[in-house]
Ligand binder design. Structure first.
Ligand code: PLP
Length: 393
């Protein structure tokens, strides 16, 4: 009998790994949904943790594990769990940490998706949410006295860039027994590591600064080994797994995180100072400016920069914002953040679109508000572009 595989079998088995005496310096992309396990004994060893290895990529994958390990180290946590998006990381964390009947206290200024998830979706699972002004520590203390299971905050808020006093709030949450969950997307672990200040869980949208090039969607949660195990189980069962290629791209982004953040923060400070002197600009929101309400807190809490986001209110309102978006050239309108290039967004038309004009006004988000995510270009080019666009108003 001819034992050579047939044409059909050669096709069907294509893609097996090749033997090599050398190892790749950079982990390859393990674009495989399943692993080849040589014996049933090994299956037992893998499930019982006596052997290190992978079986099925929804449960675990080497590229995803590499990202998780580097994020646990950068945030100073015991373990990390990567997810399909920042919202998946937030959703899986809330599902793992909450049960029906639980009460949540959350900052009133939150990423739109988080706020909708808490206020319109988790209510279906009998989880109630109360919003507080996170800069009002007395209000936070009063809310914590109602014994919430969880307190959800962003370290730097979006779009008005309020800085959360994690030193005070971490201690208050610990005393009340509420688990403190911090969305650290805007600060990144370079500027702030919330676990050292009493946070139980830190979450990132990896789509932003970790990936850093607007070419990947992902999320990561960092926590103690025990909490991470519960979150990991939720990710596996609800199937919110990160794709190997997305994990690989994110790790590639992380390699330059500190260089990108340092430059972007320096650019943001220069841009914020420039905007402060412009007659067409009514107000600038940037924690690095002495006039920002939490400037001294930000100087104490944030390490080596005040973030790369700058928001500003144009005196001419919504019409001026429209004209500004059309006039910028180097800077592009793109409703995300954390890219190597400078992008801008218009919160009233994008992230806060679902609020009524009255709600937006109460939140301080006017039609003239523009949110800038400074990139790593030369500061003079960003400022030059802003200058010509402001002149055109
Ligand atoms: C973008 C963002 C999210 C959501 O992340 P996705 O990756 O888009 O799901 C959550 N929190 C903050 C602060 C964000 O900027």
């Amino acid at each position: 009998m001819d034992t050579r595989p047939s044409f059909d079998s050669i096709c069907a088995t294509a893609g097996e790994d090749v033997p090599s005496a050398t190892r790749p310096l950079v982990a390859p992309i393990y674009q495989t949904s399943v692993f080849d396990v040589e014996s049933l004994e090994l299956v037992d060893e893998l499930y019982e943790g006596r052997a290190q290895g992978y079986i099925y990529s929804r449960d675990a994958n080497p590229n995803v594990a590499i990202l998780e390990q580097v994020m646990a180290r950068l945030e100073g946590g015991e373990d990390a769990v990567a997810c399909a998006s920042g919202m998946a990381a937030i959703g899986m964390t809330l599902l793992a940490l909450l049960k029906a009947g639980d009460h949540v206290v959350a900052a009133s200024e939150l990423y739109g998706g988080t706020s909708t998830l808490l206020q319109r979706h988790l209510t279906r699972y009998s989880v109630t949410t109360e919003l507080v002004d996170i800069t009002d520590l007395d209000a936070v203390q009063r809310a914590l006295s109602r014994r919430p299971a969880l307190l959800f905050v962003e370290s730097i808020s979006n779009p008005l860039l309020k800085v959360t006093d994690l030193e005070a709030i971490g201690e208050m949450a610990q005393r009340s027994g509420a688990r403190l969950v911090v969305d650290n997307t805007l600060a990144t672990p370079l500027l702030l590591r919330p676990l050292g200040l009493g946070a139980d869980v830190v979450i990132h949208s990896a789509t932003k600064f970790l990936g850093g090039h607007s070419d990947v969607t992902g999320g990561v949660t960092v926590a103690s080994a025990g909490l991470a195990a519960s979150i990991r189980q939720a990710v596996r069962l609800w199937g919110a797994t990160l794709d190997p290629f997305a994990a690989w791209l994110t790790v590639r982004g992380v390699r330059t995180l500190s260089l990108r953040m340092e430059r972007a923060c320096a650019n943001a400070l220069e841009v914020a100072r420039f905007l402060s002197d412009q007659p067409a600009v009514k107000q600038v929101f940037y924690p690095g400016l002495p006039g920002h309400p939490q400037h001294s807190l930000a100087s104490r809490l944030l390490n080596g920069g005040f973030g790369s986001m700058v928001s500003f209110e144009l005196s001419g309102g919504g019409e001026a914002a429209s004209a500004f978006v059309k006039s910028v050239k180097l800077v592009r309108f793109a409703p995300s953040l954390g890219d190597t290039r400078t992008t801008l967004s218009h919160p009233a038309r994008t992230s806060h679109r679902s609020l009524s004009p009255e709600e937006r006004q109460a939140a301080g988000i006017g039609d003239g508000l523009v949110r800038l995510s400074c990139g790593i270009e030369a500061a003079s080019d960003i400022i030059g572009d802003m200058e010509q666009a402001l002149k055109a108003l």
